[in-house]
Ligand binder design. Structure first.
Ligand code: GAP
Length: 457
C-alpha cells in the first residue's frame, strides 16, 4: 500500500481549492462537501473520461439524464423502501448513534461506556421529502395521533405512504430502468445494449466519514447493460475487463486495485453476483466501485408494479424476453479520492522536500501554467499574455501565474498537478522559443512557440 495519509490529502485539497467542507461558514453540514475551482475541474475531467470511454466511444450505449425526484412507486417496486437500510444503534449514555456493523458494540466509541447499546434497528437511508404543499396534512395527522385518534403505527404508515411522498434518489440506476422502455421504443437498439447515466445520489448515511469517501450527497456514474438471460456471464466478464480499463485510464496502479467476490448475505437484495473493486485508500482497502449481475429483478418489478410490458422483441423474430442486467456502478468521489491518493507524491528537489500531484495529463485540472520570467518587464508580460491566450484557446484550463519567483511558481503548480509550466524569458523575444518545465522530472527544455501546443497537449 502507498504510504499516503488521509490528512495530507484533505489538507492539500482544502489549501489549494479542490474540496471544502459543505456549509463551512455556518459550522458545516456533516457528510456534505463543496468543490472549489480545481476540484470542479478534476471532477469534470473524470466524468468526461468516463462518458467518452463508456458512451461516446461505443456503438451500443445510450445516455440518459433522469429527474432526481421520482414517483415513490419506483422505490417501492425496487425494494428500496423496505430493504435499503443499515443497522442503527444508539448509546443509552451519551446518545451517539452508529452503524452497528462498523463498530465494536460492546463499548461506545464516544463516551467509552460498556454495554450501553441495545438491539440494532433498521434505519432506511433514503432522504424523504414531499412534493407540493402538504405540511397542513402532516400537522392534522400528528394532531390525530396526539388526540389518540390513530396509533403510532398508523401515523408512521401514513407518513411513509403519503401520496406526495418523494425520495432523493439513493442510486441513479432506477432513472435508467424507468427509461428502458422509452429508449427501446425510440431507438430499437440491438441486444445487448447499455444505458448510462451520471448524476447526484443521496444517502442518509448514519456515520458519514473519511472525507468524501462516505458522503450523504455524492455522484454516481452508472451503466445498466441489458442482455439475453443466457448471455449474462459473458457480458459480466467483458465488463470486468472494462472496469480494469477504467482503472488504468484513471492512472491507478494495478497493484492498488483488488477484486472482492461478494458472498451470501453481503450481496445487495437485487444481486445474484457482485464483484467489488477495492482500492488501497489511505483509510485502508475499501470499495471503489461495484460490478453486479442484477438479473431481471428491476425490469421484472417495473413490469409487475406498473403493468407495462418490459419485454424485448428480438429483431430476428425470436421469442420476446425480459432482459437481464449487468451493472457497473462507479462513484465519482471515490474515483477522485483514489486518483488523488495515487497521484500524491513527496520527493526531494534541490535539497528541499517537494509535494506534488502526479496526475495523468488528461485529468489534471490545469493543463499548463504560463508565466513571464519577470513580472515587472512589460515586454515579457505582453509576450507571455499572447502565448497564454493562444494556449487557453486550444487547451481551455490554462493558468496565468506571475506571483513570486519562478521556483515558487513551479512548486505551486506541482502541488496542484499541473503537468507543464511555460516561461517566457528574454530569449523568447529574440527567437520565439519558450522554456517548458516538466512537473515529474523538473527538467526544462526550449521549445518553439509554434510547436508548443503539440509538445504539451
Ligand atoms: N446502483 C448500485 C449501487 O448504487 P452501491 O454499491 O450502493 O451500488 C455504487 O453504490 C457506488 O457508489 C459505490 O461503489 C461507491 O463508489 C459509490 N457510493 C455509494 N455510497 C456512497 C457514499 N455514501 N459516498 C460516496 N460514494 C458512495
Amino acid at each position: 500500500m502507498k504510504d499516503v495519509k488521509l490528512d495530507d490529502i484533505v489538507s492539500l485539497a482544502k489549501r489549494r481549492g479542490f474540496i471544502y467542507q459543505g456549509s463551512e461558514v455556518y459550522g458545516g453540514l456533516s457528510g456534505t462537501w463543496d468543490y472549489g475551482p480545481l476540484g470542479v475541474a478534476l471532477k469534470r475531467n473524470i466524468l468526461q473520461l468516463w462518458w467518452k470511454l463508456f458512451v461516446e466511444d461505443r456503438d451500443d450505449m445510450y445516455g440518459v439524464d433522469a429527474a432526481i425526484l421520482m414517483n415513490q412507486k419506483v422505490w417501492q417496486a425496487s425494494g428500496h423502501t423496505d430493504t435499503f437500510t443499515d443497522p442503527l444503534v444508539e448509546c443509552s449514555n451519551c446518545h451517539s448513534r452508529f452503524r452497528a456493523d462498523k463498530i465494536d458494540t460492546s463499548k461506545c466509541p464516544t463516551c467509552g461506556q460498556k454495554g450501553t447499546f441495545g438491539e440494532a434497528r433498521q434505519f432506511n437511508m433514503m432522504f424523504r421529502t414531499t412534493v407540493g404543499p402538504v405540511e397542513d396534512d402532516r400537522v392534522e395527522a400528528i394532531k390525530a395521533f396526539l388526540n389518540n385518534q390513530v396509533t403510532e403505527e398508523q401515523l408512521q404508515e401514513w407518513v411513509a405512504n403519503t401520496p406526495n411522498r418523494v425520495y432523493l434518489r439513493p442510486e441513479t440506476a432506477q432513472g435508467i430502468f424507468t427509461n428502458y422502455k422509452n429508449v427501446v421504443d425510440s431507438f430499437y437498439p440491438d441486444m445487448p445494449f447499455g444505458m448510462a447515466q451520471q448524476g447526484k445520489a443521496f444517502r442518509n448515511e448514519i456515520s458519514p466519514r473519511d472525507f468524501v469517501f462516505r458522503s450523504r450527497e455524492f455522484e454516481q456514474m452508472e451503466i445498466e447493460y441489458f442482455v439475453h438471460p443466457d448471455q449474462w456471464e459473458e457480458a459480466f466478464e467483458q465488463w470486468r475487463k472494462n472496469v480494469w480499463e477504467w482503472c488504468r485510464a484513471l492512472g491507478l496502479p494495478q497493484d492498488m486495485v483488488h477484486e472482492l467476490e461478494v458472498k451470501g448475505d453481503d450481496l445487495a437484495h437485487y444481486s445474484k453476483r457482485t464483484i467489488d473493486f477495492e482500492f488501497d485508500f489511505p483509510i485502508g482497502r475499501e470499495e471503489l466501485l461495484g460490478l453486479a449481475y442484477r438479473t431481471d429483478f428491476d425490469l421484472g418489478n417495473i413490469q409487475r408494479v406498473s403493468g407495462k410490458n418490459m419485454e424485448y422483441r428480438p429483431k430476428d423474430g425470436g421469442a420476446p424476453f425480459v432482459p437481464h442486467v449487468i451493472e457497473p456502478s462507479f462513484g465519482l468521489e471515490r474515483a477522485l479520492m483514489a486518483v488523488l491518493t495515487a497521484a500524491y507524491t513527496e520527493d526531494e528537489l534541490n535539497g528541499e522536500k517537494r509535494v506534488y500531484l502526479k496526475l495523468p495529463k488528461h485529468l489534471a485540472p490545469v493543463k499548463c501554467a504560463v508565466s513571464p520570467l519577470l513580472k515587472n518587464k512589460p515586454e515579457l508580460a505582453a509576450k507571455a499574455r499572447e502565448v497564454y491566450a493562444a494556449l487557453k484557446k486550444e487547451l481551455g484550463n490554462v493558468m496565468w501565474d506571475d506571483n513570486g519567483n519562478i521556483g515558487k511558481r513551479y512548486r505551486r503548480q506541482d502541488e496542484i498537478g499541473t503537468p507543464y509550466c511555460v516561461t517566457i524569458d528574454f530569449q523568447t523575444l529574440e527567437d520565439n522559443t519558450v522554456t517548458v518545465r516538466d512537473r515529474d522530472t523538473a527538467e526544462q527544455k526550449r521549445v518553439a512557440i509554434a510547436h508548443l501546443f503539440a509538445t504539451i497537449s
